[in-house]
Structures are given as structure tokens and as C-alpha cells.
Design a protein around this ligand. Sequence first.
Ligand code: BTN
Length: 269
Amino acid sequence: MSGEATFDRAAFAGALRTRRLGHVLVARGEVDSTNELAWTMAQEGADDGACVVADVQTRGRGRQGRSWHTAPGRGLALSLLLHPGCDRAALATAPLVAGLGLARALEALGLEARLKWPNDLVVRGRKLSGVLVESRRGADGADVVVMGVGVNVAERAEDFPAELRESATSLALEGVTASREQVAAGFLNALEPLWDEHQEGDPGRTLAAWRGRAAFWGMPVTVSTPAGPVSGVARDLDPRGGLVIEPEGGAAITVYAGDLRVSWPEGVA
Ligand code: BTN
């Protein structure tokens, strides 16, 4: 799958309803990472909303230095280049905006996925998609963002590496028939109004909508942060997108990075 891209540009364009996101589309058969290619495009002066997709990634990047597996032609690997107009501080909630956009896009395809902080989408406790938002400063000093999303679209169980088989799922495995092109266009369609609102600087509505799509409030959780594990009951999001955790008998702690593990009660996932 390293030659011509199999991503159907016409099908994507036919489903796209945005004013600018995705109007420039680079589709490749194989790349190391679509985020990396998007950064190269940024250096070459690509515009806000330019988008990269690839059938397969050889070095797909995940959060916390992990790798991301894209099953050739079955998983969606998409990166979006954004030139934000908001304050740098507001970029802290950009990953939540991406997760919410993806959740809305999948809902439009008939799948009710839940958000898991900071931006995974899970169904029946299994991971359906992940988001990696990176930001850097451009040559002119302005912030540039690359929003990368990986969605498991048409994978069968055998398409996942053995170590992910128990913890991952795909739209197909959840009974939803959709193409990568539909998911890509649907994501950009859902994201554009959310991103525009985010640029205006008030994260309130995004955070409220995000909270409503997460199912772990009031549950015992542990977040593995760079400074060590933090355990307690998940209470809220703070205005910067951090997760507020109430340890037993202690004052609330807000964490801004890490991996969340939820202790679901028996029978709930
Ligand atoms: C995670 O859950 O750890 C985040 C995974 C993000 C993967 C996507 S796939 C498209 C884009 N390119 C990358 O190299 N990573 C992101």
C-alpha cells in the first residue's frame, strides 16, 4: 500500500460541508506520520485548514511518546493544519475540541461513543480513536497547530496487533458501516463550528458539551501523570481542560497530562 493513495478524494469532497477545513487535501499511500507531513507543509507555507491523510503510517505517533497503529486502508489517519487566532493559553483546550468534534461526527454515523479524558473515544470500554494535538511556533512567532486523529474504521479483530486486540475496537466491529472518507469529512464538518467558537476564546460551551459525553464522572479513577499516579473521584473539567480529581479525604487536584484509568463498577463499561 505504499504507492498511490486509495483514499477516494471525490467521495471525501462530496461529503465535505466546511467553509475552509479540508479544502486542501494531501492524500498519500504511505507516510511516516501524517502529523509529520503536516508540519512539513506548515514550513512550506500551507494554509489554515490544509489536511493530510494516509492509507498507512510507518511511524504513527500517539500521546505520551507512544506509537499509533494504522491498519492499511482500514484505519483513518488524518492531520489538520491550523493557524489559530486565539491566545496561546486557549490552545490548552484544543485537544478537547478535537475529541468532541470526532464524537459528534461518529454520532452522525450512528455510533454513541464516550469521551475518555483527555480525548480518546471509547465504546464498551474499548478504544475507537485517539487524538494527538501538537503546537509549535512558526517562523513569524505565531502559533501553529497540527491536530492528528486516528480512527479505527473498517478493522476486523485480526487487523489489530495482538497486544491491542482486547482493548481496541472499530466502527465495523461496532456494527457501523462507514468509509474513511465519510469519517474524515464528517469530522471536519463537526469540527469547523467548534473550532471557530474556540477561537473566540470562551471554552465554556465546549467544556459543557465535552462533560456531557464523558461517562466517568463520580467514578474512582487513576491518572498516570508525568509526576506519578493521582487517584480519587473524577469530578470535573477545569477551564483549561484539566481533570479535577478529589482524592479520598484530601483537597481536589487538577491534572493536565496523563493516562486515565477508570474503576468501573461491576457490569458497567
Ligand atoms: C493516542 O491515542 O495516543 C493518539 C493517537 C493519534 C494518532 C493520529 S493518526 C494521525 C496522526 N498522525 C500521527 O502520527 N498521529 C496522529
